[in-house]
Design a protein around this ligand. Structure first.
Ligand code: GRF
Length: 203
């Protein structure tokens, strides 16, 4: 087996996707190692999960700098120090600028709780639910400087049942996120993901 893929996980909140990645590593389904968890929110439960799993973790305070470009510089520096293969956004609430992304070409991915390009941005589950679509789901994509606009790597469909509530739908999407994200990261670890313009091919 090749060496474990070195991951940085960026998380601003609850960290359930972080937990799914940790669990997949622990059970041997994902050949990766989380080298650091970084949060821009001191109270993020993701940091507590990292601590409970004895993973290196830091709160990188946005108040330390005066604008988002400076924050991106600080963040890139921290990540570079660790020698990282893939930067995994898991509920990361800050936009990353082109300057940051240029330092990690095709190495930054995100998960979004809708079938992109439908319903980008905040509250995607609610947007889909209220729109009345019959199918929604989740998407793993490369990150570009837009909001949820990067090349799509993988998607999982979740049908919306007539008796769904927003809560029940959100829960079912999250279950699929927790399956999809570690699977996609494992594909990176096997070197099977290729970007061809906007198209992403899986070998
Ligand atoms: C997930 O729904 C993810 O798709 C979105 O933010 C949420 C993060 O949840 N980008 P968690 O912090 O991983 O529990």
């Amino acid at each position: 087996m090749s060496r474990p893929l070195r991951l940085t996980v960026l998380a601003s909140g609850r960290g359930s996707n972080l937990q799914a990645i940790i669990d997949s590593i622990d059970t041997g389904r994902l050949n990766a190692a989380i080298v650091i968890v970084i949060s821009d929110n001191e109270d993020a439960f993701a940091l507590k999960r990292a601590a409970a799993n004895k993973l290196p973790h830091i709160f990188l305070d946005p108040a330390r700098v005066s604008n988002s470009q400076e924050y991106d510089l600080l963040l890139a520096e921290k990540i570079k120090q660790q020698g990282v293969d893939l930067v995994v956004l898991a509920g990361w609430m800050r936009l990353l600028g082109q300057g940051f992304l240029d330092k990690f070409p095709d190495q930054v991915i995100n998960i979004h709780p809708s079938l992109l390009p439908a319903f980008p941005g905040l509250n995607a589950q609610k947007q889909a639910f209220e729109y009345g679509v019959k199918y929604t789901g989740c998407t793993v994509h490369f990150v570009d400087a837009g909001v949820d606009t990067g090349p799509i790597i993988a998607q999982q469909i979740v049908p919306i049942d007539p008796d769904d509530t927003l809560e029940s739908l959100t829960k079912r999407i999250l279950i699929e996120e927790h399956l999809l994200y570690p699977r996609v990261i494992q594909l990176f670890s096997e070197n099977r993901i290729y970007k061809d313009g906007r198209k992403v091919r899986i070998k």
